[in-house]
Design a protein around this ligand. Sequence first.
Ligand code: ATP
Length: 339
Amino acid sequence: MKRLTMDVMRLLSDGDFHSGEALAQALEVSRASVWNAIRDLEAMQLDVYKVHGRGYRLPRPVSPLERERIEQHLGAHAARYTLEIRTAVDSTSTALLERAAAGAVSGTVVAAEWQAAGRGRLGRPWHAGLGGGLTFSLLWRFTRGAGALSGLSLAVGVALARTLEQAGARGVKLKWPNDVLWRNRKLAGILTELQGDALGPSAAVIGIGLNVRLSRGTRARIDRAATDLETASGRRLERNQLLAQVLIELDRVLTAFEREGFGPLRSEWQRRHAHQGRRVAIELPDGARESGIARGVAEDGAFVLDTRTGPKRYHSGEMSLRPASARKSKTIETADKRR
Ligand code: ATP
């Protein structure tokens, strides 16, 4: 992202009208450059109102991410984290995987205002408009081996659900293995990638995409039912504070997970399970589907499905869970074509 584009966003972030001329003067550039920057902002799915004779205005103020503000909100937990705020990256997880391989410390966080190629599981895209959500990745190092980290995505889901509830969203649900839902719509996604040996030590790069306020442009890109936290909570939220709240809860949950694994968090996950007791289908990597009644998760994070031939357990990997009536999704077809 060009520096000027970010500077224009900062000036507009107060939610007031700013004429093209005033922006150009403040930034010591031409009006044509300002106009190009506004077009860049719109291309990054930020809604900008244009009113003839008055100029440009954001329908809602946006607070840019700022390390100092996040650290203030983190309080005593700030010591656990090393924050890197990037204006634009391809994907925060890709950037952090590189930093991890180069020896970055546990607790390193890469948060970005804009991801050019945000990733979900199985090569699926994660869409987030500029200023409309949180997209960040956290590196957490474990003394145990990667094999002992099954259930980590679920533990992260519990931390996210707790935070979203504290932020005012009631009835947050979890969908195995890695989605956070509100009223059957996706509110946040989690992507966990592991590095290291089976016997340890190991490291996890935990990527989180959380919709705070979806712009029209972002909504149009998402091919599934989606929602945002301002809708779910009925509150206006400040992103720096929200990011700190998520990190505080992640610190608690990951510290507990490191000590005792997913087991102690299981009942909390089950309580929020979106499909408990419902008929669902698991889509297997080869495209086959296995249907049955969802029984939730086991102590090791495996999904338990009651099938006609008895209970079966699934470990996340390349599998997706669907309500039994859902057809094979457009998303999967698109992803397959891309491979
Ligand atoms: P599922 O569990 O439903 O199979 P997934 O967990 O594999 O999906 P993720 O990898 O978490 O999905 O996220 C990628 C998918 O999420 C995309 O294919 C798209 O359908 C959807 N998506 C992308 N961006 C957003 C967003 N901002 N909000 C909600 N959903 C989104």
